[in-house]
Ligand binder design. Structure first.
Ligand code: FAD
Ligand code: DHB
Length: 390
């Protein structure tokens, strides 16, 4: 088989790029290791920047998002017994975010690919890029007993943090930057009315908590837990009791609990791999960078990679202009590092660090005090949360 662009990974990054390129007449194939049901069973992001929402519309997959997604003009930070609101609209020149789950984004992108007859191969095993540093790269995968070969002009590695693409770049070319945090987030999805119409990020001595939502009938809650904890350690009753302890009293009183319909633990990590291009292989999304979820930047950073890569590939195919492809890594990384900084900062601000000294704890408290006493500090938080321009 021959296509112009072979995309490894059928998560939001790979599907969005495939859909956008298809609409411009560029032929792609998406190779996904898992089944569609498995991909759609993963509960992850919930907060989208408008830049991301615009790309979904450009991909002709934004209709349901526009109908069912909620526009949020602010969120709360609970600390020291108070509930302070961050007015995003006021502090970012009228901007906002869209609350719409990654699962639904992915479902809409799959529907778009199906509608247009896009090629998405599921259960593709042993996917491997070859000769990416030559003019004739190809990708192989195994389907049962058969090895399938796909020749292409370019390979896009959109296969997430544990994918094969980044690992195929020689070690002496790739530089990796990493920071691990000594805790994870335990997330619970429940078919209950959210405790607050807007998100609440809670800093508490027992650890961080987040009240988020997918709709006014579907809640998503998180609590900071030690890395050693397992999902089995947290039956629903124990989760709700611990969440209540970390919320302000009035919020805890209003919390409606119910059976969890999904429960998972995600470790927190900051990670960047440079460069994001090696020959004819381009990395995008979690394949190249990870942020702790605190700032809701992960999926949005993936979308900004796709924005740059899509425009660069279109310039190549429509005008034989390769300047976008040549600048891709540098351009994408400039925005990626800003998302890294913001996510690291918000994580440090709101979590309990078991190894912090009393001095560091006082600095953390002072940072929060400063935030809510300074319009410039709130402007900076808001402009990063709604998303820096592409
Ligand atoms: P992925 O979603 O990881 O997709 C990669 C795909 O590649 C997967 O389907 C995988 O099965 C496939 N794959 C892997 N290896 C191979 C292989 N060898 N061959 C073929 N296919 C392969 N981000 C936000 O912006 N806002 C939020 O509110 C937010 N909240 C989050 C909350 C949590 C708890 C977590 C864990 C993450 C959150 N994120 C958030 C981050 C966001 O979910 C990710 O950044 C996003 O999924 C990245 O998309 P991706 O397509 O690049 O990678
Ligand atoms: C969600 C996740 C986040 O990391 C965040 O900052 C906000 C919301 C969520 O899953 O709803």
């Amino acid at each position: 088989m021959r296509v112009q662009v072979c995309i490894i990974g059928g998560g939001p990054s790979g599907l969005l790029l495939s859909q956008l390129l298809h609409l411009k007449g560029v032929e792609t194939v998406v190779l996904e290791r898992q089944s569609r049901e498995y991909v759609l069973g993963r509960i992850r992001a919930g907060v989208l920047e408008h830049g991301f929402a615009d790309l979904m519309r450009e991909a002709r997959c934004g209709e349901r998002m526009d109908r069912e997604g909620e526009i949020h003009h602010g969120f709360f930070i609970a600390h020291d017994g108070v509930l302070d609101r961050v007015d995003l609209a006021k502090h970012s020149g009228g901007n906002s975010v869209v609350v719409y789950g990654q699962t639904e984004v992915t479902r809409d992108l799959y529907a778009g690919r199906d509608r247009m007859g896009g090629k998405v191969v599921h259960n593709a095993e042993d996917v491997a890029p070859h000769d990416v540093n030559s003019d004739s790269p190809f990708v192989t995968y195994r389907a049962g007993d058969d090895i399938v070969r796909i020749d292409c002009d370019y390979v896009v590695g959109a296969d997430g943090f544990h994918g094969v693409s980044r690992k195929s770049i020689p070690k002496d070319v790739l530089k990796e930057y990493e920071r691990l945090y000594p805790f994870g987030w335990l997330g619970v999805l429940s078919r209950t009315r959210p405790v607050s119409p807007e998100l609440i990020y809670c800093k508490n001595e027992r650890g961080f908590a987040l009240c988020s939502l997918r709709s006014q009938a579907l809640s998503r809650y998180y609590i900071q837990v030690p890395l050693t904890d397992r999902v089995e350690d947290w039956p629903d009753d124990k989760f709700w009791a611990e969440l209540k302890r970390r919320l302000p009293e009035t919020t805890a009183r209003d919390l409606i609990t119910g059976p969890s319909i999904e429960k998972s633990i995600a470790p927190l990590r900051s990670f960047v791999a440079e460069p994001m291009r090696y020959g004819r292989l381009f990395l995008a999304g979690d394949a190249a960078h990870i942020v702790p979820p605190t700032g809701a930047r992960g999926l949005n950073s993936a979308a900004s990679d796709i924005y740059y890569l899509y425009h660069a590939l279109i310039a190549h195919y429509e005008r034989r202009d390769d300047s976008g492809l040549d600048a891709y890594s540098q351009k994408a990384l400039a925005r990626v590092w800003k998302a890294q900084r913001f996510s690291w900062w918000l994580t440090m601000l709101l979590h309990r660090f078991p190894d912090h000294s009393p001095y560091e704890n006082r600095l953390q408290a002072t940072e929060l005090e400063y935030l809510f006493s300074s319009d410039s500090a709130l402007d900076s938080l808001a402009e990063n949360y709604v998303g820096l321009p592409f």
